[in-house]
Design a protein around this ligand. Structure first.
Ligand SMILES: [Mg+2]
Length: 243
């Protein structure tokens, strides 16, 4: 298949292809305690990691993970997207700093202990095979808020040589707007967009974009239970892809 394809497939990375929660917990913890507070990092605890995991579905990008630590330190129990957004608005002026501290801590860990870093970033079962089957299909793209070099490093570690121009980072731009732009640029008709954060599904789109919630990712139970969104299980993900 060539460059021109009617329907593009956009796959989120964290919580769809990669079970990155352990890495994001470790990295954001260091960034928050050492980088932001300037304090020694306390020993990690099982209840803290469980609370971090409970709030994980609410984040959209790397900087947001520091807000989860901030919430835990203040005893704030974030339940809804609205709870999270209120805290993010309160701390808006720290967004750039939190982003830098998060990526600094990530780069440090990768450089200092690559073996541990890769171990903290496993792919979900079967994902490696799905990516290998679609390796040559330029209609299949990875769309993440994560910076692309880290995604490419994880894929390479798992033996998946994926073209660098097929890992797209939306940064702070809305993913739907980003998808619209790519569809226009490539003259594609529409898209299938698989993500685990329903906030990325909100808003208008100039193209038909089928939005599918990955039910194995970092999802809140009510996102599934509401029946508002089409969902897909990991075992049925291949049905949404060309190969
Ligand atoms: Mg995700």
């Amino acid at each position: 298949m060539g460059d021109r394809e009617d329907t593009l497939r956009f796959l989120d990375f964290d919580g769809v292809l990669c079970d990155s929660l352990p890495e994001c917990y470790a990295v954001s913890r260091t960034a928050y305690w050492t980088g932001f507070l300037g304090l020694p990092e306390p020993p990690a605890s099982v209840p803290e990691e469980a609370e971090f995991a409970r709030m994980r579905p609410l984040i959209r990008r790397g900087a947001d993970y520091l807000l989860l630590h901030l919430a835990m330190r203040e005893g704030l129990r974030l339940v809804s997207q609205g709870d999270f957004d209120a805290l993010a608005a309160r701390e808006a002026e720290r967004d750039g700093l939190f982003h830098d501290l998060f990526y600094q801590a990530r780069s440090d860990l990768l450089r200092r202990d690559p073996e541990r870093w890769f171990a903290l970033n496993p792919l979900y079962p079967g994902i490696r095979e799905i990516l290998l089957r679609n390796r040559a299909n330029r209609a299949v793209l990875i769309l993440s808020t994560k910076e692309a070099p880290f995604i490419l490093a994880i894929l390479r570690h798992h033996g998946v040589e994926w073209e660098a121009d097929r890992v797209l980072c939306s940064g702070k731009e809305s993913k739907l707007r980003f998808i619209d732009r790519i569809l226009s640029e490539r003259g594609a008709r529409g898209a299938v967009f698989v993500d685990d954060q329903v906030d990325h599904f909100q808003g208008p789109s100039e193209h038909p974009v089928r939005r599918v919630l990955a039910d194995w990712g970092y999802v809140r139970p009510e996102w599934i239970e509401s029946g508002t969104f089409e969902t897909v299980s990991l075992s049925r993900l291949p049905e949404l892809l060309p190969a």
